[in-house]
Ligand binder design. Structure first.
Ligand code: AMP
Ligand code: MG
Length: 428
C-alpha cells in the first residue's frame, strides 16, 4: 500500500530543517586560504590607524609658524633640507625656515606640523639653495593625517559571522592575522542511487543514463563552502544501500542521497530511514520540482534525500541543504537572496504547488530584472540547469501568471554585468 504523504509549504520545510542547524567547530586557516569563509571571532584593531602622524599627499612638511602672514605679495621662502619617501624617517627639523620634501604616507618629520602640497608651492633657487615659495599661511595640523584618526587600538572592526570578503582580508592583513579563525567546512557525503546510473567515463548503454546528480551536488556543495565526499553510486538494492548509508553516516557531518525517495518499487530511502531509526522531518513539500524531497535527522545529523530528477535535486539542495550548510559555517544570512523580477513569459496554467522555475534572469535596460525559464522546464530536465541563475518562485494557487507580472526570484549567481553608467548631466 502506498503511504499517504502530506505536503507542507516550502517555508515550513525550511523551518523544520533549520531547527537542526548549528555552527561547526572553529579552526584557524592561513589568511591566504580564508576566502569565502566566515569569521568566527571579531576583528579588533591591534594598533592605531594611521599608526603615526603622516602626510596624505606628496608635498612639503613645514613648521606652520614659519608660514604666518604668507601671501602672494609677501611670500615666505623655506629651505628644503631633505627628501623622504614613505617608509623612511626624516631627520628632526630643528631650525626655523626649514621644510622637508615628503611623499604620500611619509611619517611627519619631527618638528613639522603641517603639510603643504606640491600644487601650492613653487620650487625656486635663492642664493644657490633649493627653496620653496609659500604664498599662504598654514595652521598647525593642516593637511596632516593624524595617528588614530581612522581607528584606535582596541576598536572592534568586524563582527564574528561576517563573510571574509576582499575588504575583510585587507583588515586581517592590516592587523596582523596570518591565521584566521573560521568555522570548519562541513564534510558532506554524497550517494547517487539508481541501477540505471553510469559514471561519467562509461559509454552509454540501453536503459541507462549518466549520473549527473553526484557531480552537480558536489559542485553545489563546493559553492556553498562545504567539502563533498562522493561515496559512489548505489544500485537499487535495499541491503547494499542500507549498509553503505550506515557506514557513511559515521564519517560525515551531513549526508545527501539522490534518488530513491519516491513511491516506486525500488525507492528504498524511506525504508532505510525507518531502519536507521532516523526522524523524518518531512517527505512531501508543496513545491515543483522536488515534491518528494525528504529530509530526516539522525542524532542531529541531517540526511537530505533529494529527488533523482536533476532539476528537483538541484532545487532541493538550494532550498534545504544550502542554508543548513551555510549556518554550520557561521553565516548569519544563510538563505538565497529573494528579490523581485518581472516575469518574461506567460505561465497560464494554475498549479496547486509552488513552482520554482529554473530561470535565466537578466537586467533589462531600466535596471529591473526580467526572468525567463532557462530551458526545458520539467523536473527531469538537466539541460536548463546550465543556464539557470535564479529560481523564479510562483506560489501555488488557482490562477496562472502573465508576462509582465512582478514575481519573486531567488538569486543563485550574480546576474549579468554592464559597464558603469552615470546618469546624464552628471559632472565627470
Ligand atoms: P528517482 O528519484 O530515483 O525515482 O529518480 C527519478 C529520475 O531521476 C529517474 O528518471 C532517474 O533515472 C533519474 N536519476 C536518478 N538519479 C540520477 C542521477 N544521479 N543523475 C541523473 N539522473 C538521475
Ligand atoms: Mg531511482
Amino acid at each position: 500500500m502506498i503511504e499517504k504523504r502530506t505536503p507542507i509549504p516550502v517555508p515550513e520545510a525550511q523551518r523544520r530543517v533549520m531547527a537542526y542547524s548549528r555552527k561547526g567547530d572553529i579552526e584557524r586557516v592561513p589568511i591566504t586560504e580564508a576566502d569565502g569563509r566566515v569569521l568566527a571571532e571579531a576583528i579588533y584593531a591591534d594598533h592605531d590607524i594611521p599608526p603615526f602622524d603622516r602626510s596624505p599627499l606628496d608635498g612639503f612638511a613645514v613648521q606652520s609658524k614659519d608660514t604666518a602672514g604668507a601671501t602672494s605679495e609677501t611670500p615666505v621662502y623655506l629651505e628644503v633640507t631633505e627628501t623622504v619617501g614613505a617608509g623612511e624617517v626624516a631627520q628632526p627639523v630643528t631650525k626655523p625656515g626649514q621644510a622637508v620634501r615628503v611623499m604620500t604616507g611619509t611619517m611627519m618629520p619631527e618638528g613639522c606640523d603641517a603639510i603643504c602640497m606640491f600644487e601650492l608651492t613653487k620650487e625656486v633657487t635663492r642664493n644657490g639653495a633649493a627653496m620653496i615659495e609659500i604664498t599662504r599661511p598654514f595652521k598647525e595640523g593642516d593637511f596632516v593625517s593624524f595617528k588614530g584618526e581612522e581607528t584606535k587600538k582596541g576598536d572592534p572592526l568586524v563582527e564574528a559571522g561576517a563573510d571574509i570578503t576582499p575588504g575583510v582580508k585587507a583588515l586581517l592583513a592590516t592587523f596582523g592575522y596570518p591565521e584566521v579563525p573560521v568555522y570548519r567546512r562541513p564534510v558532506v557525503g554524497i550517494f547517487a542511487t539508481g541501477t540505471e546510473l553510469l559514471e561519467v567515463d562509461e559509454p552509454m548503454e540501453p536503459g541507462k543514463i549518466r549520473n549527473s546528480n553526484a557531480y552537480m551536488v558536489a559542485s553545489q556543495l563546493k559553492k556553498a563552502g562545504a567539502e563533498p565526499r562522493y561515496f559512489g553510486k548505489l544500485a537499487d538494492d535495499f541491503d547494499a544501500c542500507y549498509d553503505a548509508v550506515t557506514k557513511a553516516v559515521g564519517e560525515v557531518d551531513a549526508l545527501i542521497t539522490t534518488g530513491g525517495v519516491s513511491v516506486g518499487d525500488f525507492d528504498y530511502l524511506p525504508a532505510i530511514y525507518d531502519k536507521l531509526g532516523a526522524n523524518v522531518l518531512f517527505n512531501k513539500i508543496a513545491m515543483r520540482p522536488g515534491s518528494v524531497t525528504t529530509v530526516a535527522e539522525l542524532d542531529g545529523m541531517p540526511l537530505f534525500g533529494l529527488s533523482g530528477n536533476p532539476s528537483a535535486c538541484f532545487v532541493g539542495f538550494e532550498l534545504y541543504a544550502r542554508p543548513w550548510l551555510r549556518t554550520w559555517q557561521g553565516a548569519s544570512r544563510p538563505y538565497l537572496v529573494q528579490t523581485k523580477a518581472v516575469l518574461g513569459q506567460d505561465f497560464p496554467k494554475a498549479n496547486p504547488f509552488t513552482r520554482l522555475i529554473r530561470s535565466d534572469a537578466r537586467f533589462n535596460g531600466e535596471g529591473r530584472l526580467t526572468t525567463r525559464p532557462a530551458g526545458f522546464d520539467k523536473s527531469s530536465a538537466v539541460t536548463s540547469l546550465a543556464h539557470t541563475n535564479t529560481l523564479t518562485l510562483l506560489p501555488g494557487g488557482t490562477r496562472g501568471y502573465r508576462a509582465g507580472d512582478e514575481v519573486d526570484v531567488l538569486l543563485l549567481n550574480e546576474p549579468g554585468s554592464e559597464p558603469v553608467k552615470l546618469p546624464e548631466k552628471t559632472r565627470p
